[in-house]
Write a protein that binds this ligand. Structure first.
Ligand code: ATP
Ligand code: LTN
Length: 335
């Protein structure tokens, strides 16, 4: 038998429809890593309820997200695809880790500060302790690498600190994970306000491209994308001076595989109009097979149920081993 393969864990909340941001920042890498690592890709519905959700929408989006994971190229036979609330060990380890996570650490989390500013009427305890649950997700599987976009780096680093603290008291219980962040596409910005991250719970629909969006809507959104108010009208990579153009270049680079210099050369002497159309077309071609496959899969609910049930069984078996060890270490009586 060959050596034990390294472990990957990552997850996305079904808090909205998957966006081009989550694809380019995360899922694209999940697919690439899925052949060589032992991968767990989760639909983190327990995280999603830190913000109030409509129950029927949450349920529908969790299923649709599973179909989109598969459609993006994650083969359920080679990857463990599952829903977080199906594996109780996440909540169980989450509680233990709450007791090893400091108030000060959680107060520094940028996502908590952002989300509490956006949901001032519902700053609940779950929103605050969310990174400890995320640490549980990762540590249950003795994860080596966590492929995420740039905005999640802080949470993965906190997860590492929690693991170091726990291991410091009880010995080597947890593998220390590392974030895996792509060179291009780690932070795709909104098409209408390029100073903000493209985000699925964004209230401005024009700023976001969804994986399941129709081609004509994708093209229209790119035609309306904000470029820059400079008079240069020239495609050049300069995020500070030209954030809108830089964002479109990132997207085009991820969709086409071209480097920034090649893109500058391609559009030399041509204006922003041509450029935006071309970026839109490249994204349409990237998304077409994903949308078609996901739509097909969504017609077969029995198949999807078999995938998430098998995934939960596999995940639960691994998670139980870590949880048992943790319970023993902290001094709980064995049943
Ligand atoms: P929400 O609006 O509910 O917070 P989101 O759209 O920000 O959601 P997440 O579910 O938080 O998306 O992110 C899923 C994964 O995709 C994470 O790994 C995250 O880092 C990555 N990601 C999300 N948005 C972007 C983006 N705009 N650019 C690059 N990566 C992203
Ligand atoms: N916090 C992440 C979602 C998430 C996650 C995880 C990502 C929850 N648990 C474990 C990687 C590993 C987010 O908001 N994008």
């Amino acid at each position: 038998m060959d050596e034990k393969r390294k472990v990957i864990f990552s997850g996305i909340q079904p808090s909205g429809e998957l966006t081009l941001g989550s694809y380019m920042g995360a899922i694209r890498n999940w697919v690439e890593l899925s052949e060589t690592y032992d991968c767990y890709y989760c639909i983190v519905d327990m995280h999603a309820i830190t913000v109030r959700q409509n129950p029927a929408d949450l349920r529908r989006r969790a299923l649709s997200q599973l179909a989109q994971y598969i459609a993006c190229g994650l083969d359920p036979a080679k990857n463990t695809l599952f829903i977080q609330s199906h594996v109780p060990a996440h909540a169980q380890l989450g509680w233990v880790l709450d007791c090893y996570t400091m108030f000060g650490e959680l107060s520094r989390m940028t996502q908590f500060k952002d989300k509490s500013a956006k949901n001032a009427e519902n700053i609940n305890a779950g929103l605050f302790t969310y990174p400890a649950l995320m640490a549980a997700d990762i540590l249950l599987y003795q994860t080596d690498l966590v492929p995420v976009g740039d905005d999640q780096k802080q949470h993965v680093e906190l997860c590492r600190d929690i693991a170091i603290r726990f291991n410091g008291v009880y010995g080597d219980v947890f593998t220390l994970p590392e974030p895996f962040i792509p060179k291009t596409g780690a932070r795709i910005m909104s098409l209408t306000t390029p100073e903000n991250k493209m985000s699925k719970s964004d209230k401005d629909p024009g700023g976001c491209i969804y994986l399941m969006e129709k081609p004509e809507d994708v093209l229209r959104a790119f035609k309306r994308a904000k470029t820059d108010s400079d008079t240069e009208n020239c495609v050049r990579f300069d995020p500070a001076a030209k954030p809108g153009v830089a964002n479109l270049m990132q997207i085009y680079s991820c969709a086409s595989g071209l480097g920034f210099e090649e893109i500058e050369r391609e559009f030399e002497g041509r204006g922003y109009g041509d450029f935006k159309t071309k970026v839109g077309e490249s994204v349409v071609e990237l998304l077409r097979p994903i949308r078609e496959k996901a739509e097909d899969l969504l017609k077969n609910k029995d198949y999807l149920a078999s995938v998430y049930r098998e995934g939960a069984d596999r995940a639960a078996a691994v998670a139980a081993r870590t949880l048992r060890k943790v319970y023993k270490k902290v001094g709980f009586v064995e049943r």
